[in-house]
Design a protein around this ligand. Structure first.
Ligand code: SF4
Length: 240
């Protein structure tokens, strides 16, 4: 087994399958015991949260999820590690089948994701979030996806198949300079708005599908006055 990067985390844990460098990030793979977690706190209106990964490559400086790191060393190194829940699709299949047996015809509501971004860069290689969507389609949960990544447009073919879907795109500021200060590794604001436009134009949002598209602005960061006009124009062109 490779020498652990973080003391007290990977040492002696038999579930660690791989350890590799992904860009500047240490990537680990670990099997999850469960993947659907009972939703609590500000998202307790949902039945479950679903996090394909632990940790987040975007490493936003204000991210509350850093507090849920496995240990203090990793908390301080937030943004520089990610753990892939390698068996997530298999576990999800079992958990949804169990739910369906217990409550047939009453699919759960799922919030993906609460402490990671399901479309962070490593998803391009892992396709773990995509596999989770494939598992979910036959069960038709009410699904909320929270992301700041245009990579979500890759999965339009699957997203079109959900009957109750909400996509929240995080856009906390209209100024690139502010974004670079608080979340320098994240996609540009323009790319996010363009992605939302693409989603809105390619996913049905009629009564049968009930797809909804939202821009979430928490935490609300400032937008410089000189950026407001360009931001609003892009917004209007792409979202409205
Ligand atoms: S994208 Fe979300 S989960 Fe990832 S670091 Fe930023 S706020 Fe945290």
């Amino acid at each position: 087994m490779a020498k652990p990067q973080y003391e007290g985390y990977s040492t002696g844990k038999p579930t660690i399958l791989v350890r590799e460098k992904f860009g500047s990030v240490n990537a680990y793979a670990q099997n999850a015991k469960s993947i659907l977690t009972k939703a609590t706190g500000f998202i307790n209106a949902y039945d479950f949260t679903l996090n394909p990964y632990r940790g987040c490559q975007y490493g936003c400086s204000y991210c509350y999820a850093a507090a849920f790191s496995p240990n203090s060393e990793m908390r301080q190194d937030w943004g520089n590690w990610v753990i892939i829940k390698e068996n997530a699709a298999e576990v999800l299949e079992k958990e949804l089948a169990r739910w369906d047996k217990k409550d047939p015809g009453k699919p759960p509501s799922i919030y993906m994701s609460s402490v990671t971004d399901p479309y962070q860069p490593i998803e391009a290689k892992q396709q773990l979030t995509r596999r989770l969507l494939e598992v979910m389609v036959p069960y038709q949960p009410t699904l909320v996806i929270q992301t700041r990544s245009p990579m979500i447009t890759r999965d339009i073919d699957l997203l079109r198949q959900f009957q109750r879907l909400r996509i929240n795109m995080s856009v906390p500021t209209g100024s690139e300079k502010v974004r670079k200060d608080f979340e320098p590794r994240s996609p540009t604001i323009k790319a996010r708005l363009l992605a939302m436009g693409k989603l809105k134009h390619n996913i049905p949002w009629d009564e049968a599908h009930q797809a909804k598209f939202s821009i979430t602005i928490t935490p609300l960061l400032p937008t410089f006055p000189e950026d407001e006009r360009a931001f609003l124009i892009t917004w209007q062109q792409r979202i409205e």
